[in-house]
Design a binder for this molecule. Structure first.
Ligand code: AQP
Length: 335
């Protein structure tokens, strides 16, 4: 049997080049190697304020983008998180065995809550437990994610191990699968911060037209050294060269030789062209889904039914291990 992978993406804005290079592209490429489950995690998006109309729109757009990026419904299960109630049911159960101290250590909460720690919703604090439920409900073996989500997958492992120790072997303990290159694409306007869909100023959206990509890359923050080296201390340039490397397949040495004696403008022009060339087929397929949105709706409806069939037995086992459903069972056996 192939190892099962589970991964999700939040519809918290337009998917970005960071999401694509760090996650979606690898999901699409790995489809023949794994038993694949991909999810648009709208309940996670709700952990920060969302406009309901925009959330609905972003959920559809994100699902259609995944399909346009090559997620194939014949090889992968694709659905929307809130369409499968087992995710929230399992979250509650796992919450009861997750120590607060573990959640206090999560860096994403610290970054996202910032100075608003006391006023953000409790859902933001519980975000990692919902993510653990997503993964554990399907018995996933591997979780392909960008570097930023590694800590959450490690927490998922801890929760699964704690559950198994407390109640007996029930949950599969997953492993993170982090890409060697592209695990963290940085914001164009501030290369010390990762590119994020909720901060569009520093992001390339997967739907950006070539002229928009060119303008954004031209404005990307670099440095005043004027030497093209593949060196993390030149953070802005390093980010652009990392994008180049993934899309062109050139090694760092080949890139340095190619750009020797050239200014950053040449690098930026090439990076912009590589991005637009990579996005073009994806954008064409996305436009086709926009013309026939019912295709996406049908794939998501079928995906939710199949996901429910897979997750329900796990949640049932978890409930029974924890001592729930006892009355229902004894009534049933008395009949
Ligand atoms: N900048 C990035 N570089 C590489 N990988 C990235 N991912 C996100 N940003 C980058 C990976 O994309 C997948 C989906 O991410 P997500 O939507 O679940 O949540 P996120 O990591 O919080 O992504 P964003 O774009 O930054 O969303 P917002 O702005 O809502 O917080 C994950 O595998 C993630 O690692």
């Amino acid at each position: 049997m192939q190892p099962r992978v589970f991964s999700g993406i939040q519809p918290s804005g337009s998917p970005t080049l960071g999401n694509y290079l760090g996650a979606i592209r690898n999901w699409a490429e790995g489809q023949d190697k794994f038993d694949n489950i991909f999810c648009v995690v709208d309940l996670h998006a709700l952990t920060l304020p969302q406009n309901p109309r925009e959330l609905r729109q972003n959920t559809w757009e994100t699902a259609a983008m995944l399909l346009a990026a090559g997620i194939d419904p014949d090889r992968s299960l694709l659905f929307v998180q809130s369409h499968v109630p087992e995710h929230t049911a399992l979250t509650w159960l796992l919450n009861t065995i997750t120590p607060m101290g573990w959640l206090n250590r999560m860096t994403q909460f610290k970054t996202k809550a910032g100075s608003e720690r006391d006023s953000v919703g409790a859902g933001l604090y519980n975000y990692p437990v919902l993510m653990a439920a997503d993964i554990l409900a399907y018995g996933a073996n591997l979780v392909p994610v960008g570097d930023d989500q590694k800590q959450h997958v490690e927490l998922t492992r801890d929760i699964a191990e704690r559950f198994n120790t407390l109640f007996g072997e029930t949950l599969t303990v997953p492993q993170p699968l982090i890409p060697e290159v592209g695990a963290r694409i940085m914001a164009l306007d501030d290369p010390s911060r990762k590119m994020s869909k909720s901060e569009p100023a520093g992001a390339i959206s997967l739907s950006d037209a070539p002229d928009v990509v060119r303008k954004k890359i031209a404005r990307a923050v670099t440095d005043s050294l004027g030497i093209v080296r593949f060196d993390p201390s030149q953070a802005g340039l390093y980010n652009l060269l990392s994008i180049h490397r993934i899309l062109s397949g050139l090694s760092p040495q080949e890139m340095e030789a190619r750009f020797e004696g050239q200014g950053y403008r040449v690098v930026k022009d090439e990076v912009a062209s590589l991005i637009s060339d990579a996005l073009k087929p994806l954008q064409d397929r996305y436009a086709a889904f926009q013309r026939e949105p019912e295709i996406v709706d049908r794939i998501l409806a079928e995906g939710a039914d199949r996901a429910h069939d897979l997750a329900a037995p796990t949640v049932r086992r978890v409930e029974e291990s924890m001592g729930l459903r006892a009355r229902i069972q004894s009534t049933a056996s008395a009949l």
